[in-house]
Design a protein around this ligand. Structure first.
Ligand SMILES: Cc1ncc(COP(=O)(O)O)c(C=O)c1O
Length: 351
């Protein structure tokens, strides 16, 4: 019997989410309102920041965060190459130049040494994504004195030596895309504790009813999205627990295949947004084997940015692109689906 295809990701949506969105619709106030304000407060608690400003996507959050820092033409912003291209687009949109750096092979986070090497007097910010659920080394990256924008699109709710991830950057951004750790369908947020920066973010988010004709957009989130997001925040602990239970099952199968489970440095927790295994050979055949077993594995990053730009000098990003495999791991996986994936791992990882 052919088993149904297990997608690489899928949101965990239930009756609570359906009811919360329906209530907003019935209430008649669907644009930015009380639900958005409550979602901003809830996310400030999750990250340990003082204040949040909800926007329409993670990319919009990155853009307004950069704009709030006054970044524009002639400035440089450091970003890793091995990441979603949203970072590159957001920096380009400000007129600044993205400066790419390589990653740490074990954590996939930007290499602090590589960041040190590219800093110049034009560097105005470093965007640091916490990749795949594992917090990056923010303290070392902050020590350069350049503002750090923490990108929590892939990592939320885990602690770093007792502090919430997202609690230390000058500004923090989140994404609430359908398959992120928490979803609002689409959406994003900028969080921080510097009141003047946050007030600039607020001004940029909406153009309406301002005293002056200052630069502003419409990047608002709706109350329907925020109501959905709030339900998901209430489930974050359960989501993380489920992710860790599934990860523990995968660890065993990965070790049995002679490979190494994702590395977790001492003092850190992993949120397993993605379960990434480094293969001993190219990832393409493993993707094909998974597909033939009706399992949607993927490259965890579609393509490193330097490869779009035909640049060289990013060996760790290249190695990750060639050999890293992302195995489906999300709270909406049923026990039967987890069993099927565990059962298929020896064949997928073979060779
Ligand atoms: C690390 C990171 N930052 C930012 C984004 C952009 O978020 P959005 O898709 O909500 O614009 C993503 C999206 O996948 C991401 O992975």
């Amino acid at each position: 019997m052919n088993e149904p295809f297990i997608p690489h990701s899928r949101p965990a949506l239930g009756e609570a989410e359906a009811k919360a969105v329906a209530e907003v619709v019935r209430g008649g106030w669907v644009a930015q309102g009380r639900q958005v304000a409550a979602f901003e407060q809830a996310m400030a608690k999750v990250t340990g920041q003082a204040q949040g400003v909800a926007v329409s996507s993670g990319t919009a959050a990155l853009y307004v965060a950069l704009m709030a820092l006054g970044i524009g033409a002639g400035d440089e912003v450091v970003i890793p190459s091995y990441v979603c291209t949203a970072l590159w687009h957001a920096v380009r949109l400000t007129g600044a130049t993205p400066i790419l750096v390589d990653i740490e092979p074990a954590t996939y986070d930007p290499s602090p040494q590589a960041v040190t090497r590219v800093l110049t007097r034009h560097t105005k910010a470093v965007i640091v994504p916490h990749m795949f659920g594992l917090p990056a080394d923010i303290e070392t990256l902050k020590s350069h004195g350049v503002p750090v924008i923490e990108d929590c699109a892939q990592t939320l709710g885990v602690t770093v030596r007792g502090t919430s991830v997202g609690g230390t950057g000058k500004l923090v951004i989140c994404s609430f895309y359908a398959t992120k750790l928490l979803t609002a369908g689409e959406g994003g947020m900028v969080l921080g504790r510097d009141e003047s920066l946050m007030s600039r973010v607020q001004t940029l988010r909406q153009y309406d009813e301002e005293d002056a004709l200052v630069r502003a957009f419409n990047y608002k989130m709706t109350d329907m999205q925020a109501a959905l997001g709030l339900c998901q925040v209430a489930r974050l602990e359960d989501f993380l627990a489920r992710r860790r239970t599934i990860a523990a099952r995968y660890h065993e199968a990965v070790r049995e295949a002679g490979l190494t489970p994702p590395w977790v440095p001492a003092g850190l927790e992993h949120g397993y947004f993605r379960y990434v295994v480094r293969l001993s050979g190219p990832v393409g055949p493993a993707l094909d084997r998974a597909r033939s077993l009706s399992i949607g594995c993927r490259r965890p990053v579609f393509r490193p940015i330097h490869r779009y730009l035909d640049l060289s000098g990013f060996p760790e990003s290249d190695a990750a692109w060639e050999r890293a495999l992302s195995i489906p791991l999300y709270p909406a996986l049923t026990d039967h689906e987890v069993d099927r994936i565990v059962g298929a791992l020896p064949a997928i990882l073979a060779g």
